[in-house]
Write a protein that binds this ligand. Structure first.
Ligand code: NA7
Length: 532
């Protein structure tokens, strides 16, 4: 077993890890990155299922830290597909010569803080150990795949795939009877494409989602040229916005305008094809049930228009939770897919799955023979990837113990008792409620400035003060509780994972306000953090 000492270990080589490596290198630090995949990409390395694409416009879902990179890279679609996003990240790795500090196919198995030395011992599954002063966790929000424990799951004789662990070689569905379990973003993106190829597709739906048309297209060159010409200004607007995208903040309540005006606005936003267009049409849609109902009703009416069979349309129509409080989806032809003769929807609320058998899925009503089963069942979001790392901080206390009743964090970036360890877009940061790339850049820049500050002032340790951590954690919950989100069973609430504490995981205060708060703290010498 070899032990080496580095200044910083970064875990993950996706958007977060790559930028952390670049920034920390820029400070003159000796950095080691560990990545479980065989190349860079993170989310975009693992999610190779057909139809996988971003649902934030690519021009914004990309790095802004380097002007030349931003100006030179051309996205071929408004919402780029996974292969193109992966190529982009590979390009970034090449351009900034990042791969030389990344150990691929290397999964970190534990991180232990050693009090006498003030360093972290990072151990990989291969038994390699490294000591590091700083640890940056860029492990993603949605990277711990959830494979639900459905009775008989392992009995199925055919191939079983999870959208977040998709094979690298193309999967051929032709001639097959395919089953998809799950209708979140991943299911909704892949179902139309699988349906085109498969002999028959059965979709097992537990909760219908609100899905909006992506209206994906080739970007208008003039529009892109305009954005690029005023790139610094555009990026500044994005950084100070609520969600990390360009959007005029709504100023009116949905109830302040006439029904006619409201419907006209929703129609316009529906035609634009963005994730947030309808939700951000009015300023109270995620706070006021009556306002929310107006948007939810609008989307429900569109679903009924798009689906021919009345029962299927009813089954696809979400009810009982507020629009937007489960992350909405953007789709290309999702609802129309159910008009195909060879596609069948199974409403698991009416007829739950009893078990998976060797030859298919059995519900309380029928047996569905299948050749292939796809789990589009999501992730143990936000805390899952961090807890999977077996992190033990000061006093031998594990992160699992510290977070037994839900995550506690200062700013979503630092945890009391875990010095010099930073969670990029961790629980309690805008993360999942924002353009992740914008949030990642903000975190990485803030934490690398903090490290630079420590070094410049002769300090070696930083960690969250417990009182500040509690205040921030309470503030995150209070901000969430002022909205309709906590009333819905979603991964934002940890409700998709049996036994997970029910806590609102992201911070809903907005990207711009959060950034301003973080900047203010930095300017004031980082109150809330203990610098030693
Ligand atoms: P999601 O959004 O968590 O969706 C998972 C889907 O799988 C959802 O429809 C779940 O139903 C369903 N699911 C989960 N467990 C089961 C079981 N046991 N039985 C039947 N159905 C189940 O994950 P995605 O990968 O689609 O998207 C994750 C995020 O990635 C997305 O929000 C974007 O940010 C990108 P449920 O709703 O829990 O009833």
């Amino acid at each position: 077993m070899s032990t080496r000492t580095v200044d910083a270990v970064v875990v993950g080589a996706g958007f977060a890890g790559l930028y952390a490596l670049h920034r920390l290198r820029g400070l003159g630090l000796d950095v080691q990155v560990y990545e479980a995949g065989s190349d860079v990409g993170g989310t975009w390395y693992w999610n190779r299922y057909p139809g996988a694409r971003c649902d934030i416009e690519s021009i914004y879902y990309s790095y802004s830290f380097d002007d030349d990179l931003a100006r030179e890279w051309e996205w071929s679609e408004k919402y780029a597909a996974q292969p193109e996003i992966l190529r982009y990240l590979e390009h970034v790795a090449d351009r900034f010569d990042l791969r030389r500090d990344i150990a691929f196919e290397t999964r970190v198995s534990s991180l232990r803080f050693d009090e006498p030395t003030g360093r972290w011992t990072v151990t990989t599954e291969d038994g390699v150990q490294v000591e590091a002063t700083y640890v940056v966790l860029g492990v993603g929000l949605l990277s711990s795949a959830n494979l639900p424990d459905i009775p008989g799951r392992d009995d199925f004789a055919g191939p079983v795939l999870h959208t977040g662990r998709w094979p690298h070689e193309p999967v051929d569905f032709s001639g097959l009877r395919v089953g998809v379990i799950g209708t979140g973003s991943s299911g909704i993106q892949t179902i139309p494409i699988v349906a085109q190829q498969a002999a028959h597709l059965t979709v097992f739906q537990r909760t219908p989602n609100f899905s909006l048309p992506a209206h994906n297209h080739t970007p208008d060159p003039e529009h892109i040229a305009d954005l690029k010409a005023r790139y610094p200004e555009v990026r500044e607007q994005v950084r100070t916005s609520s969600y990390g995208i360009l959007l005029d903040p709504p100023t009116q309540s949905a109830l302040e305008v006439s029904e006619e005006e409201r419907i006209a606005t929703y129609r316009e936003r529906w035609a634009e094809g963005t994730l947030t267009g309808i939700l951000q049409a009015y300023n109270d849609l995620v706070r006021n049930q009556e306002s929310n109902d107006t948007a939810a009703d609008f989307v429900r009416e569109r679903i009924v228009e798009l689906v021919d069979d009345p029962q299927t349309a009813q089954d696809l129509t979400p009810r009982g939770y507020a629009f937007g409080t489960k992350r909405p989806c953007l789709d290309t032809g999702y609802y129309a897919t159910f008009n195909r003769e060879d596609v069948e929807l199974v409403n698991l609320r009416r007829t739950p799955i009893e078990r998976i058998t060797a030859s298919g899925v059995r519900t309380s009503e029928a047996e569905y023979p299948l050749d292939m089963l796809i789990f589009a069942t999501g992730y143990d979001a936000m805390t899952g990837p961090l807890l999977a790392l077996d992190i033990v901080g000061r006093g031998g206390r594990s992160l699992r113990e510290a977070w037994a009743e839900g995550p506690r964090s200062y700013l979503g970036i630092s945890v009391a008792g875990f010095p010099n360890l930073f969670t990029v877009t961790g629980p309690g940061s805008p993360s999942a409620l924002s353009n992740a790339v914008v949030s990642i850049e903000q975190h990485v820049e803030w934490l690398s400035d903090l490290i630079a500050h420590l070094r410049a002032t002769g300090r070696t340790l930083v960690e969250a003060d417990e009182v500040a951590e509690k205040e921030w954690t309470d503030h995150v919950q209070a901000a969430g509780n002022a909205t309709l989100y906590p009333q819905t069973d979603s991964w934002y609430m940890g409700a998709n994972i049996p036994g997970k504490p029910r806590v609102f995981l992201p911070y809903i205060g907005g990207v711009g306000a959060y950034r301003a708060h973080c900047d203010d703290l930095a300017a004031r010498g980082y109150p809330g953090l203990l610098l030693r």
